[in-house]
Design a protein around this ligand. Sequence first.
Ligand SMILES: Cc1cc2nc3c(=O)[nH]c(=O)nc-3n(C[C@H](O)[C@H](O)[C@H](O)COP(=O)(O)OP(=O)(O)OC[C@H]3O[C@@H](n4cnc5c(N)ncnc54)[C@H](O)[C@@H]3O)c2cc1C
Length: 398
Amino acid sequence: MSRAVVEPRGYDAIVVGAGIVGAACARALALTGRRVAVLERGSAVSGTTSHGEGNLLVSDKGPGPELALAQHARSRWGSFAAELQDEAGPGFPDIEFETKGGIVVATTQAGAEPLRAFAASQRAAGVDAREIAIADALELEPWLNPAITVAIHYPEDAQLEPVIAAEAMLRSARRAGAAVLTHTPVTSGLIENGRLMGVRTDRHELRADMVINAAGPWSGEVAELLGAPIDIRPRRGMVLVTTRMPQRVFHKVYDGDYFGATQSKDAVLQTSSVIESTRGGTVLIGSSREQVGFDASLRVEVLQELALKALRVFPFLAETAVMRTYLGFRPYVPDHLPLIGPDPRLPGLWHASGHEGAGIALSVSTAEIITALADGQPAPIDPTPFRVDRPAVLGEAA
Ligand SMILES: Cc1cc2nc3c(=O)[nH]c(=O)nc-3n(C[C@H](O)[C@H](O)[C@H](O)COP(=O)(O)OP(=O)(O)OC[C@H]3O[C@@H](n4cnc5c(N)ncnc54)[C@H](O)[C@@H]3O)c2cc1C
């Protein structure tokens, strides 16, 4: 049970959900001097954030608003990671921010041209996407399959440890005065004269000027409880974790099939193999995408498909043992864009959600947009594509 003290005068902002998006928003709002409370129904960082891989990618996004948001976030992460580490103080674990870069490969002749064309479209949008000779790719990644047909190097891709990063944000928020109430489920909204004035939990009634729904894949449920439904669905993803080994994977390496999987609306299973090493010495192989509700049952055939695709990229993995697997639920919106900002249907309600497979990366920019809009200041990038009243969010998409 949380020991944080409840503010009798109410709050300027209540954040529902202590995942990385809620944590980033709470920190940013608390640093403006606002009185902030974070309400989390479980333990802090126990939702999807604890099941993500920590990639901060520009390489997997085609030109458009999500890429623009990812580019903004990437431009911020270097200094932001240092600020966070500093705010967390000595003795706090390293958030493991690494600008290791990504290498995207095609494993077939048929995949070569589409990957080149995708990289060219990204270059036109300002992404550093360099086609490199196969020999150079093998120099960067000596264990890579030499039979690959194309390799694109993305020096901007980075990585961090998402749970530690989110914990650091919460610590920073607390230091700026925020209350973090764990094991405190929000059960309904306090609506007066058509305005959301706060929330009810299982044991409190808490008032606030703004309530931010940052409940990840459960944001649809929370929005419904608060009185303004939105269409956010869980998109399940599974990851394989190998036993520890001497480092043999030096970048984020993945096959070009990944682009199709991230952008697709299909509910059926899609997999692509994103392979990366961690500081702990394990290799993560992720991930799948399926719309099966909140079904948490393990499907061996999904793991098998992931493993087979990974072998095409790094054949040495055939000799490697898998230590564990895990799964999580991405917050999915049918148009693949997050929703960030006030809900025009219910004054007082805001959303910071729907980041699907990129919420760790995009958390920093989401928090900056929310804070700028709350302050009546220009947002750091155009927030219009992420507005809440779009057909895909309101369940009106074709
Ligand atoms: C397999 C996998 C791999 C991924 N890899 C990456 C990656 O490499 N890079 C990347 O950027 N993203 C990645 N993602 C996506 C990323 O993990 C998510 O976009 C991000 O974690 C979402 O964060 P969040 O804070 O919105 O949600 P969450 O972390 O789910 O937090 C929401 C919180 O709200 C709480 N909550 C729900 N209902 C209530 C209620 N009624 N009252 C109070 N609290 C409530 C939940 O308990 C939860 O803790 C991956 C996702 C998966 C599944």
